[in-house]
Design a protein around this ligand. Structure first.
Ligand code: UD1
Length: 360
């Protein structure tokens, strides 16, 4: 029997991390066609991840980065449709909640190719976030919905989606288990930045709601400046642009550095005293690594981390940020909310079963 073809669509930094463990397992029983939309295109935002995680080069690179949401998503949609029409995959696989996810989902749905969504069912219930729109729409056109958590399953049920829903755990946990070992072996970032374990905080900010609002961005920078510790701040291109254009000032204790690769960021996280972030992936990684996380948003999709007491939602309130940093030291248990590190295997097994039953 000839191998079934799965077309994986990625484009932004966290998707490379999520796709890597799944692609490794897919390779054992499927033909995988990898499309990179080009949403992220700087070496430090894209290629370095392919190198570090030993991913093969994409079969197609669409160069669809930059522009407005409509320009970016539209360009991807047009190009993905052409590829789907010529490759005719048996399944399309998308990850997370970016514009690349939505473009892949729409292209598959229009071409009547079944779609699988990894990280389905997450909700912030804040429709001002582009990611929320991307998630909701993608889930509603997916045939297979791979959920990382119980909360995700419940969210889908509230929207009437109960078919094709599977709780497989979180592929980010699979990725963490694999990459942490590599990071411990290979990363030299602590030495090159002159940092010592447990003495610094790690900050990242990239959500449009924060970076594109000068008042919020100023409040975050003031919050980081109020902390009595050195703050390492790898800066996303969107954030760098905003800080420059708005002429925002950065306190002396905040060390801005270029975006770092995944092994370096894991090392920075594992050894930090505290993580301050608006990233979803880093909230989970902080939890899994047992590092306290102060989230620079008013809500989160990863509600379990807050309920377990390891994540605090501080928004952009300077007092909330400083007081959490100074007075809050979680020490409770960290239940295994995110599965057993074998989400990728489960995803591939379910895909195989699905394709087998479709063929019979
Ligand atoms: C995107 C996702 C977000 C995800 C994040 C991970 C959407 C709506 N948002 O946000 O959910 O958490 O990726 O990082 O899809 N840029 C560069 N070089 C790059 C990449 C981007 O200069 O390699 C610039 C772009 O030209 C643009 C800005 O950064 O001006 C934002 O990039 P974009 O891809 O639109 O969204 P992200 O903020 O990265």
């Amino acid at each position: 029997m000839s191998l079934k073809t799965v077309c994986t669509i990625v484009g932004a930094r966290p998707q490379f991390i999520k796709a890597a463990p799944v692609s490794r397992v897919l390779a054992t029983s499927f033909r995988e066609i990898l499309i990179h939309t080009g949403q992220h295109y700087d070496y430090g935002m894209s290629e370095v991840f392919f190198e570090e995680m030993e991913m093969r080069s994409p079969d197609f690179h669409l160069g669809a980065g930059g522009g407005t949401h409509a320009e970016q998503t539209g360009k991807m949609l047009i190009e993905i449709e052409k590829i789907l029409n010529s490759v005719k995959p048996d399944y399309v696989l998308v990850y997370g909640d970016t514009n690349s996810t939505l473009a892949g989902a729409l292209a598959a749905a229009k071409a009547q190719i079944p779609l699988a969504h990894v990280e389905a069912g997450l909700r912030s219930y804040n429709r001002a976030m582009p990611e929320e729109i991307n998630r909701v729409l993608t889930d509603h056109v997916s045939s297979l919905l791979f959920c990382p958590t119980d909360a995700a399953i419940e969210n889908l049920a509230k929207e009437g989606i109960t078919e094709g829903v599977h709780r497989v755990g979180d592929v980010m946990y699979d990725a963490l288990l694999h990459n942490l070992a590599l990071a411990r072996e290979r990363s030299t970032i602590l030495k090159s930045l002159g940092l010592e374990k447990g003495t610094y905080a790690l900050a990242t900010v990239h959500r449009a709601a924060n970076t594109d609002n000068p008042a919020r961005m100023t409040a975050i920078l003031n919050g980081l400046g109020s902390i009595a510790a050195q703050v390492v701040f790898p800066i996303h291109p969107r954030t760098r642009k905003m800080v420059r254009e708005a002429g925002l000032s950065v306190s002396k204790n905040v060390m801005m550095v270029e975006p770092v690769g995944h092994l370096d960021v894991l090392t920075l996280q594992e050894n930090a005293n505290c993580i301050l972030t608006d990233s979803g992936g880093m909230q989970k990684e902080a939890y899994l690594l047992g590092v306290r996380c102060i989230t620079l948003r008013e809500e989160t999709e990863w509600v379990e981390t807050v309920q377990a007491g390891w994540n605090r939602l501080a928004g952009v309130d300077i007092n909330a940020i400083r007081s959490a940093f100074e007075t809050w030291y979680p020490s409770g248990e960290r239940p295994l909310f995110y599965g057993n590190g074998k989400a990728a295997e489960e995803i591939c097994q379910i895909l195989s079963r699905e394709l087998l039953s479709a063929a019979s």
